[in-house]
Design a protein around this ligand. Structure first.
Ligand SMILES: [Zn+2]
Length: 843
């Protein structure tokens, strides 16, 4: 059990879990800073809800100046946000944001943990959040993080006492952190965790406050600060040539999917910490005041502290290898410690320092970045010592464990490269590499993780590793390196990729949602990708019972690894409205593969392979429509054009500069993309032309904009004021204010059923004031709130219709929500009758 526990601790803290694009090679200044960190035994856990909530300035300060073990526990992976750099949303966005947090921590020196909570979208208050998350499971994960990481100090980003003042996830993160502080040391709480780790009582808990939480700088200046610590985090690091705020800005700029590029600053930068639990430090600039953070805190640690403090004072920046004999002495003393928390942490740190002092480079590079079960992979080994220290290579262990031959000892003499080749065999039972939290179907609020040892980890631990056994100054020390793949890119140079295991075959249907608006079948391509050479078998298609698929099965034969074969199935919908899932099943020998392999490839994070169930939603809609040609003007990005094409509209995307009378005349309706008036400055010159188009008989649909940073004064031809009103409960009851209104009746009769099965929310930023020219159509509200009537406003303007809607069509369309399509079709069709565009006739 003990061995298992140690393994877990190493898993949590091993730098190798972070798949770096390039291995870190410490220079003399960095080695020196690492030695100082080796001599600090204290830790801080920062707690918040999302990637980007964390205060990188404070994390960098604590890690680089205080030298504390500093970790950020983000309750979620930020799956619910929007992606500014690519098409990935939901789970895949969570994978990107996980890696962005890891990239940020590589810069600011922190570590990264998570809970199983899923970022399900905006939540107004903690009661709702904790009802959708499984409160007990999330609390359990926070307690587990505390028991494993053993922080002396916990810092909450948010205030646990002010529900409804911010996102419900935020307040919940602070509430759970406060509750966990009180129960992590109680053995009756989550007792099953004690098989993995021990109890722990943190000493102090703070709330990382600022003027923002007081409403204004003025109010904050006047506030009572007796319980507040203030820390100037604006320190300058000569060894890095950077201020702490500059490092923090680099770290924050890792959040590229959120567009959080940040510019560094220099000079004083005060952070305020309000004491929530524990005793107030006498020195109000030192959160660790009164806490022993020296080697003395570990039984038998004094001797190590003495050796290492001399290493720190004697460090020779021109010859770091001179420190190695003393470091080896300290390493041996650490191995003798009877301690299972600091021992593995400090062993890893000192090994990294010893290797860096010796200029020791160890690498295991596979000849491919991916392989399947039962395959053989060549691994090139490189070892070099760049010092006069006596180092002998005595053996190598590779993860497959099949090594039988013994190695002859090889002396690693100064600056002489040693290389040789090995082979690993991928076992036939090896699971494919994929983010561990996505392997099982979870709930709206929680990821499902069956292996308890993985809970909290930022990513799936690397399976294939090389363990180098060395004798350094006659002391055996083992160094572990992940097996990695590297290649030379003509533009980027040396590019590292993780080595991963993939299935023999994967299948992909290009469209996630396929809408059928007639009884005719559609030909649906399925792309099969081979994970190895000579993949032969057949593919069938699982489908809902009332749908038909032809043919039953199709033979596939793919000669080469990574090659694709496209086959086409005909999917035939039933007569009635219906929906369900289709899943390609790839049969190869006795195995059936039903997953899609998704690659996530960006320069700022390591390459990611993600396996998700390959499935597409098929929807048979009974839908009538009027009007045919739609102009779409892009905003912040949505899939409205593709969605409307699926139901048979001709949709053309018009650039703002091309909006003129002649162009618009070709269209029956104009649809504005989400947040178009927030993100497209040029639109301020185009409003008169667009309104004129409506006047002449065109329809104009404006989707949601936020009420800050609007580029135009006149959002509509009539008065309209946006508010922050939103309805986040996707099942909130919808009342028809004007049941006879054409938009609810023509050409499709809209009923309550059309508001079933919505996803994430009803809508956001509804107007709360509008001119009498608008007719409000729907009323809805979240629990305990007043009815909101601004979600869909329709106004006749001249011969056409202007419609403003905060309903979240941009979320419902990609989810294939039938009612959303039917309602939107009515919005496009209103006033169109059976005759052709009135605008054209009246021109
Ligand atoms: Zn947040």
């Amino acid at each position: 059990m003990r061995k298992n526990f140690l393994y877990l601790v190493i898993l949590l803290f091993s730098p190798f879990i972070v798949l770096s694009q390039q291995p870190k090679k410490l220079n003399a200044s960095e080695i020196y800073e690492s030695i100082k960190k080796l001599n600090f035994l204290g830790s801080v856990l920062y707690v918040a809800a999302h990637p980007d909530d964390e205060n990188t300035r404070l994390i960098s300060y604590l890690s680089n100046e205080t030298k504390a073990q500093t970790a950020y526990l983000s309750l979620t992976r930020g799956d619910g946000g929007q992606n500014l750099i690519g098409p990935e949303i939901r789970e895949l966005l969570g994978v990107i944001r996980t890696q962005e947090l890891l990239a940020a921590r590589k810069i600011d020196g922190g570590q990264q943990f998570f809970t199983r909570a899923n970022d399900f979208g905006y939540s107004k208050n903690p009661e709702e959040t904790l009802a959708i998350w499984n409160k007990n499971e999330v609390l359990s994960d926070v307690v587990l993080a505390i028991r494993k990481f053993k922080p002396d100090i916990i810092i909450n980003r948010f205030d646990h006492r002010s529900p409804r003042s911010t996102h419900g996830h935020h307040t919940s993160s602070a509430m759970l952190s406060v509750e966990a502080f009180d129960c992590s040391n109680d053995k009756s709480v989550f007792p099953e965790q004690l098989k993995q780790t021990g109890l722990w009582q943190p000493q102090r808990q703070f709330f990382n406050t600022s003027w923002w939480f007081y409403g204004s700088q003025e109010k904050f200046d006047k506030a009572d600060k007796t319980n507040l610590l203030s820390i100037d985090t604006g320190v300058y690091f000569p060894s890095k040539g950077l201020s702490n705020s500059e490092i923090a800005a680099l770290s924050r700029s890792s959040h590229k999917s959120q567009g959080f590029g940040s510019t560094g600053s220099r000079g004083e930068a005060v952070e305020y910490l309000e004491l929530i639990k524990g005793d107030l430090p006498k020195d109000k600039s030192n959160i660790f005041y009164g806490i022993d953070t020296s080697w003395h805190r570990v039984k038998g640690g004094d001797a190590i502290g003495q050796v290492l403090s001399k290493v720190e004072t004697d460090f020779d920046f021109t010859n770091p290898s001179a420190s190695i004999p003393s470091l080896i002495t300290a390493y041996k003393l650490i191995q003798n410690l009877d301690d299972n928390h600091w021992k593995p942490i400090k062993s890893e740190e000192i090994k990294t320092i010893i290797a860096a002092c010796a200029g020791l480079y160890l690498e295991a590079v596979s000849d491919t970045d991916h392989a399947t079960n039962n395959s053989r992979v060549a691994v090139a080994i490189e070892m070099i010592n760049r010092s006069h220290v006596n180092i002998i290579f005595t053996g190598l262990k590779l993860t497959d464990g099949t090594k039988s031959e013994d190695y002859k000892p090889i002396p690693l003499s100064n600056n002489k490269n040693q290389t040789f080749n090995e082979t690993i065999i991928i076992s036939k039972n090896q699971e494919p590499t994929t983010p561990y939290w996505l392997t099982k179907k979870g709930t709206l609020g929680m990821y499902k993780v069956t292996d308890k040892n993985l809970i909290g980890l930022p990513e799936t631990p690397i399976t294939y590793k090389a363990q180098f056994q060395l004798n350094i100054e006659n002391t055996p020390i083992e160094f572990t390196r992940p097996i990695v793949y590297k290649t030379n890119d003509p533009v980027k140079g040396e590019v590292y990729k993780p080595f991963v295991i993939i299935p023999e075959a994967s299948a992909k249907i290009p469209e996630n949602v396929i809408i059928f608006n007639t009884d005719k079948g559609k030909e649906i391509p399925v792309i099969i990708k081979a994970g190895r050479d000579q993949v032969e078998g057949f593919v069938s298609m699982a489908h809902p019972r009332d749908w038909n698929v032809y043919p039953d099965k199709q033979i596939i034969s793919i000669a080469h690894k990574d090659e694709e074969q496209t086959i086409v199935f005909t999917i035939i919908p039933p007569i009635d409205q219906s929906e369900g899932l289709i899943t390609p099943m790839v049969h190869i020998a006795d195995s059936i593969y039903t997953k899609e392999l998704i690659e996530i490839n960006y320069d700022h994070i390591p390459f990611q392979m993600v396996l998700l169930p390959s499935e597409s939603k098929v929807v048979k809609l009974n839908i009538q429509k009027r009007g045919q040609n739609i102009a779409y003007i892009e905003g912040a990005g949505d899939v409205v054009p593709e969605s409307l094409r699926q139901i048979g509209y001709n949709v053309a995307t018009i650039a703002p500069k091309d909006i003129d009378e002649e162009t618009l005349n070709k269209f029956d309706a104009v649809v504005m993309g989400i947040r178009a008036y927030n993100s497209v400055e040029d639109l301020k010159y185009k409003q008169p032309i667009l309104f004129d188009f409506v006047k002449k008989g065109g329809n104009m649909i404006v989707q949601y904009n936020t009420n800050s940073k609007l580029q135009v004064d006149d959002l509509a031809p009539f008065d309209l004021k946006l508010s922050r009103d939103r309805v986040t409960d996707e099942n909130a009851e919808v009342h028809f204010l004007n049941p006879e209104h054409p938009v609810l009746n023509y050409p499709n009769k809209i009923t309550e059923k059309d508001f079933e099965g919505w996803t994430q929310e009803r809508g956001l930023y509804f107007p709360n004031e509008w001119s009498a020219d608008f007719t409000p159509i729907l009323s809805m509200n979240d629990k305990d709130e007043t009815p909101k009537e601004g979600s869909l406003l329709v106004a006749k303007y001249g011969k056409g219709y202007f419609i403003y809607t905060g309903l979240s069509f941009f979320r419902e369309f990609p989810a294939g929500v039938a009612g959303a399509y039917r309602l939107f079709t009515n919005m496009l069709s209103i006033g169109k009758g059976d005759i052709k565009l009135e605008a054209k006739l009246n021109d």
